[in-house]
Each structure stands twice: as structure tokens, then as C-alpha cells.
Design a protein around this ligand. Structure first.
Ligand code: ADP
Ligand code: MG
Length: 296
């Protein structure tokens, strides 16, 4: 049994089809990165899984429970970490954890609190008020709080969006720890680097559908090849180069002020200019080619 099984799931909001015939299967024990640009339907998918939204049609199973009918028992077995910090600032670090432990009917609340404090590396701050913590500590606590009942499945919706790089790195370490313990993770993100670092498999989501899925290295070789050649030049020359590269059967994508000629190892006679910077193909090349959106 897979941890998550979605078949032909549709969710509309008036005229908008946020999730458009989605098929998604997440086997137990992997970290799946749901990678897509803003508006792709990632958060709506997450909300369907937590029972906060109900699909118009399709089959949804989470940990063997059918949704929406069994969303309560499903919810009890999963961990959900909100994107926005909603910690209780009036009580201590350990009380924030204890309240959730009781909410989830954890048997040994004290042990669960200790475990989470270790996980968040906040053992020595347990009696501090939440508003005395740094931003990074609060984020670690928020993540640990979602794990207080040792869920088999954890949903992370854009876990590091808008955070500064140091806090992001701290959270990546924590998510890495969680992964190594065998917890199944579904993590949405629009940051390529986040998906590349943490996900065993990436599902690229665009306009409510999964348009490609695989291990990052496999997606790269399938869609981008081995090498990418970037050329920085005035717009006029970039346009000419693009036309000639495409005429030679190569894929070209915008890359900020440059163009990137993807699969440049296959180029023959002059399709890649001498002054191009050749580098290994990346997941970013795949993302931009598939979604047509510039990466962040
Ligand atoms: N509650 C809602 N009401 C109306 N439209 C919504 C609602 N939630 C999401 N949408 C729309 O559905 C689409 C997908 O949104 P969302 O799932 O939030 O994407 P993502 O998380 O990938 O950025 C967007 O066009 C968004 O504006
Ligand atoms: Mg979102």
C-alpha cells in the first residue's frame, strides 16, 4: 500500500481548475518533492490530503483511509507543518509541544516533548517563552510540533518559503534527519534547490497536473541531457543564436540575461558559440523547459 494514492482528482474554484485530473502515488519511506511554479495547484493538493478541502471528483487514499469520508483518522496519523508560524507565544516552548501531544492523544506526553525538543535542538530553551526564540528556533519548533505524535507521513507545504538562507539550511537539516528515519514525506516547493537536496523523487506539477516524475538525476538526463551551454550577449545576438540552435534541433531556454542551450553535448558545427559557458545540466533546466517559468 502506498502512503498516498490519488487518481484522477479534480478540484475547481468557480471557473478555476486548481487540480486537473491529478494522479499521484507516494510509496512509503520516500521523500517526494512536488515541484511547481506558483499557482500550479500544490497547496490545493495538500489541502485535499488534510481534509481542509474536498475534491469535486476522483479517488483519494491516505495511509489506507479513503478521503473525504475518513479524513479524521487519516489526519490523526499524519503530521502537518503550516507555512505560517502559529505557535502560542504566551506559553513556553515545552508547553507548545505538550498541548499538541495531548491534542493527538499521545500516551507519554513527557517523552514526546523531550523527543521533540531534541529534534528541534531546543532542550536548553524548553522553559523559555516562544517570543524569546530566534526566527530559526521558532521554525524548528514549528516543525517538531507537527511530529509530536510520530506520524508515518508528513506533509510540508513550501516549508522554507520566504525564510532567510540560514534558517532554510537549518530546516533542511531537520527534514534530512526526518528522512533518514524512514518517515514518508510529501513536500511541495517552488525552490529547485530544495527539491534537489531533499527529494528522492520529484514530481513536476504544472496547471493542476503532474507533467513529469522521477529521480532528479533521471529527470535531468531524460529532459535536459548532459550539458547546458549558457551564452551572455546583447539581446539581438541572443535571438540569432536561439534561432540557429533551435534550427539545429536543440532546446533553448531563457536564463535571466542569458540563454541556455540545453543538451549542448549534441550540438554540431557552430550551434553553440565559442564564448558559451558550458556546465552540467541541472534540474533547473528541466523545470524551465517543462513549465516555461523562470526558476527562483
Ligand atoms: N480558495 C480558493 N479560492 C479560489 N481560488 C483558489 C483558492 N485556492 C487556490 N485557488 C487558485 O487555484 C490555483 C492553484 O492554487 P494553489 O493550489 O494555491 O497553487 P500553488 O500552491 O501551487 O501556488 C491558483 O490559480 C489559485 O489562485
Ligand atoms: Mg502554495
Amino acid at each position: 500500500m502506498a502512503a498516498i494514492e490519488l487518481r484522477n482528482v479534480v478540484k475547481t474554484f468557480g471557473p478555476i481548475t486548481a487540480v486537473d485530473g491529478l494522479d499521484l502515488n507516494v510509496p512509503e519511506g520516500i521523500c517526494l518533492g512536488l515541484l511547481g511554479p506558483n499557482g500550479a495547484g500544490k497547496s490545493t493538493t495538500m489541502r485535499l490530503l488534510t481534509g481542509q478541502a474536498v475534491a469535486d471528483s476522483g479517488d483519494l487514499h491516505v495511509l489506507g483511509h479513503e478521503l473525504p469520508a475518513q479524513s479524521k483518522p487519516a489526519r490523526a496519523e499524519m503530521g502537518v507543518v503550516p507555512q505560517l508560524d502559529n505557535l502560542d507565544v504566551d506559553v513556553t516552548v515545552e508547553d507548545n509541544l505538550a498541548v499538541y501531544a495531548r491534542l493527538y492523544r499521545v500516551k507519554d506526553v513527557g517523552a514526546a516533548v523531550d523527543r521533540c525538543l531534541d529534534l528541534a535542538r531546543l532542550r536548553d530553551r524548553r522553559r523559555d517563552a516562544v517570543d524569546k526564540l530566534s526566527g530559526g528556533m521558532r521554525r524548528r519548533l514549528l516543525l517538531a510540533r507537527g511530529l509530536v505524535h510520530e506520524p508515518r507521513l508528513v506533509l510540508l507545504d513550501e516549508p522554507t518559503v520566504g525564510l532567510d538562507p540560514q534558517i532554510r539550511t537549518e530546516l533542511w537539516t531537520l527534514i534530512g534527519d526526518l528522512k533518514s528515519r524512514g518517515t514518508t514525506i510529501l513536500m511541495s516547493t517552488h525552490y529547485i534547490e530544495e527539491a534537489e537536496r531533499l527529494a528522492d523523487e520529484v514530481a513536476v506539477m504544472h496547471r493542476g497536473k503532474i507533467i513529469s516524475r522521477g529521480r532528479p538525476a533521471d529527470l535531468i538526463s531524460e529532459h535536459a541531457g548532459r550539458q547546458t551551454a549558457e551564452v551572455y550577449a546583447p539581446p539581438q545576438r541572443l535571438t540569432e543564436l536561439r534561432v540557429s540552435a533551435e534550427a539545429a534541433g536543440l532546446k533553448v531556454r531563457p536564463a535571466g540575461p542569458a540563454i541556455a542551450i540545453v543538451g549542448s553535448e549534441q550540438a554540431r558545427d557552430g550551434a553553440v558559440p565559442e564564448d558559451a559557458v558550458v556546465r552540467a545540466a541541472t534540474l533547473e533546466d528541466v523545470f524551465v523547459l517543462l513549465t516555461g517559468e523562470e526558476a527562483e
